[in-house]
Design a protein around this ligand. Structure first.
Ligand code: 5GP
Length: 183
């Protein structure tokens, strides 16, 4: 696909489609090992996790169901506050289920630590996390992430599901934006 129309907005590409795909091959193989013989429920967090959910889930050999949540973080601007509101809840009863939360990116970790506690309170067998990206230097709370694609520097990235003002989610790579986009 030709992304020439947004090419002028991209400052640099951090992770290519090929790099992401190769990493997801490894993670899917590990999940297949870890969940052998178990029923797996993948929980995607809208909207950012759409790409990683699609790419990771189709690599699995383990039988898996998928469900989705939408949450909003109350906070100022782009900063997460840890106060979370459920905009769309799961359709699935979690009692006795092995839940794997599939996330786009872990920044402060506040949203995810709230989400893990919320899902754990519903009586599942297990709750684990798979995240495509993590910013280790931005962590405000420790979140135990079982599967991580890439640790990246603390800078704002778009693509591969991640947006800026709802744009750039469709890019197949992870990139930083040129300064003119923000002005
Ligand atoms: P946390 O609660 O970990 O600070 O925030 C996680 C959420 O913030 C992510 O699911 C994502 O929606 C958003 N976020 C964090 N860092 C970035 C980033 O670099 N780019 C974009 N587009 N969104 C981000």
């Amino acid at each position: 696909m030709d992304h020439a129309d947004v090419a002028g907005d991209i400052a640099s590409i951090l992770l290519t489609e090929e790099q992401i795909g190769a990493k997801l091959d490894e993670i899917a193989a590990q999940i297949d090992k870890d969940y052998a013989g178990k029923d797996l429920l993948l929980v995607g967090v809208l909207k950012g996790a759409v790409m990683v959910m699609a790419d990771l889930s189709r690599r699995l050999h383990t039988k898996a169901e998928m469900d989705w949540m939408a949450v909003s973080s109350y906070g100022s601007g782009t900063k997460s506050s840890g106060v979370v509101r459920i905009l769309k809840d799961l359709d699935t009863d979690l009692t006795g289920r092995n839940v794997l939360i599939v996330e786009d990116i872990i920044d402060s970790g506040l949203t995810l630590s709230w989400l893990v506690a919320n899902l754990r309170s519903r009586g599942p067998e297990s709750v684990e996390i798979a995240a495509a990206l993590r910013k280790p230097d931005a962590a405000k709370v420790q979140v135990d992430v079982k599967y991580v694609g890439f640790d990246i520097p603390t800078e704002f990235v778009v693509g591969y599901g991640l947006d800026y003002a709802e744009k750039y989610r469709n890019l197949p790579f992870v990139a930083t934006l040129a300064p003119h986009v923000y002005s």
